[in-house]
Design a protein around this ligand. Structure first.
Ligand code: NBP
Length: 470
């Protein structure tokens, strides 16, 4: 019996994906550098399943039906390079190698070029959904060699979540398109999580609400058009009681958010491309500030601020908070999609943003009911510059921008930081302003660096000798 597909890397993601694929009817060869993980899988959760356990890469490769299909689920970076160095020479032209890890898109470009030299078909495959998604159906974002995708499409499409509008897997484009889309997915994820944390902070410190009460609010919000996985788990987290202490577990967790780097990469790439992703960047920096625990503790005694108490009627504050959250979440998606559109033009991905929205509808961490109207917006206008210009989101802006303003001003008044909400508001206010003060910046640049400027009243490029001007 030959395996339909082989998975390298039997840590959390690899194991669960292998189990998922086997359940979909495929024979799966499994291999891990450390033998014990493979042994544990086939003796435990994988017992009696159609797995072919392999304990060296040669045996693993020989167990695969031709053309061979290999999915790497190993740590991104050097580990992936180490596996590929060993694996590539064992394969034959026409075999397909998929990297399902969170690889940096530039690493994917480099590996794809190396695979191409060897006649191999290479796919950088973004996978989202964590452990649960890997087992029950993640969102899968492949990019790279289209011929390679044709060979693995059946397996990937069946392994992916089955969303309201089809399998949450689609070939996204050439090169590093898949990993780029996954990276921006994570950037959006950072921004939504930050916005939810800001709501929690305003409810907790501002309104003195108990986690159980906050959970009720999130449950209500999650029942409407904002419904999505991150709202759902926020409610569940807030209801969770620590069995040891009887206290809400969330209150016992240290307030320093860690990061593995995909949010940072997403922001770095946005900066490199000159695209606008300030809310995603704000969320990355908010995590950085959260990590300064000891400094924050010291500063608390040195830098006073107002009392965080919000002395207003709770119902009204929460109503406005919903509007603020709504627009901030849409701003996160809007900036992410905009970055994807810009990267697609720059890097030749030829992305369909409507298809990206469809793939994100289920299985992944940023799945949300909002993706249905977002997909429609991109289907109606594939070149839409920003989601807020599409009718449903423009009308939500009109409806909620007062609430976003009120929430940001309220938070600033009581000294509760809202970097995601604040940056979403600033971004949209700048975006809808016909004349920004950048003319003064151009004058500064010309003053000290003779960088020249354009005028609004006549064509051409100008320089002024500002020092000698009267
Ligand atoms: P980890 O990211 O923790 O990686 C552990 C795996 O990498 C183990 O199988 C380990 O083998 C293998 N590995 C390492 Br480390 N160095 C190696 C080397 N030099 N040669 C061969 N194998 C090596 O596992 P994970 O959390 O399951 O994630 C797998 C991939 O999926 C990562 O790229 C991750 O970023 C991505 N991802 C994770 C999630 C998630 O929710 N966890 C979601 C989406 C994507 P060993 O057992 O011998 O040490």
């Amino acid at each position: 019996m030959n395996a339909d597909i082989g998975v390298v890397g039997m840590a959390v993601m690899g194991q669960n994906l292998a189990l998922n694929m086997e359940r979909k009817g495929f024979v799966v060869a499994v291999y891990n550098r450390t033998r014990k993980r493979t042994e544990d899988l086939v003796a435990g959760r994988g017992k009696g399943r159609r797995f072919i356990p392999c304990y060296d890469l040669e045996a693993f490769v020989s167990s695969l039906a031709r053309p061979r299909k290999v999915l790497l689920m190993v740590k991104a970076g050097q580990a992936t390079d180490a596996v590929l160095k060993e694996l590539f020479p064992l394969l034959e032209p026409g075999d397909v190698v998929m990297d399902g890890g969170n690889s940096h898109f530039l690493d994917t470009e480099r590996r794809l070029a190396e695979a191409e030299r060897r006649g191999l078909l290479y796919l950088g495959v973004g996978i989202s959904g964590g452990e649960h998604g890997a087992l029950h159906g993640p969102a899968i974002m492949p990019g790279g060699h289209r011929e390679g995708y044709a060979i693995v499409e059946d397996i990937l499409a069946k392994t992916a979540a089955q969303g309201p509008q089809g399998s949450c897997c689609a070939f996204l484009g050439p090169g590093s398109a898949g990993h780029y889309v996954k990276m921006v997915h994570n950037g959006i994820e950072y921004a939504i999580m930050q916005a939810l944390a800001e709501c929690y902070d305003l409810m907790k410190r501002g309104l003195s609400m108990a986690p159980r009460e906050m959970a009720d609010v999130f449950a209500t919000w999650n029942g409407g058009e904002l419904s999505g996985y991150l709202l759902e788990i926020t409610e569940r987290i807030l209801r969770h009681v620590d069995p040891d202490t009887g206290r809400p577990l969330v209150e016992l967790i240290r307030d320093t958010a860690q990061q593995k780097g995909t949010g940072k990469w997403s922001t770095q790439a946005a900066l490199d491309e000159g695209t606008c992703a300030p809310t995603i960047a704000a969320a990355v920096f908010a995590r950085t500030v959260s990590a300064l625990k000891e400094e924050r503790r010291a500063a608390a005694g040195v830098l006073p601020g107002p009392s965080p108490e919000i002395r207003e009627e709770r119902g009204g504050v929460l109503e406005e908070l919903f509007g603020a959250l709504y627009l901030t979440i849409v701003a996160a998606y809007a900036q992410g999609f905009r970055q994807l559109g810009d990267a697609s033009r720059e890097r030749g991905y030829d992305l369909s943003l409507a298809e990206v929205a469809r793939v994100w509808m289920d299985g992944c961490i940023i799945r949300s009911r909002l993706l249905v109207p977002m997909r429609t917006a991109f289907m109606e206008n594939p070149d839409l510059p920003l989601l807020f210009l599409a009718l449903p989101f423009a009308s939500r802006w009109r409806e909620h921008h007062g609430a976003l303003r009120a929430t940001v001003m309220r938070a600033h008044r009581v000294g509760i930081p809202v970097p995601a909400m604040g940056s979403a508001l600033d971004f949209l206010d700048a975006y809808r302003t016909e004349r920004l003060p950048a003319n003064l910046i151009q004058a500064h640049r010309d003053f000290f660096g003779a960088h020249t400027y354009e005028r609004v009243d006549r064509p051409g490029v100008f320089h002024t000798d500002w020092e000698s001007a009267p």
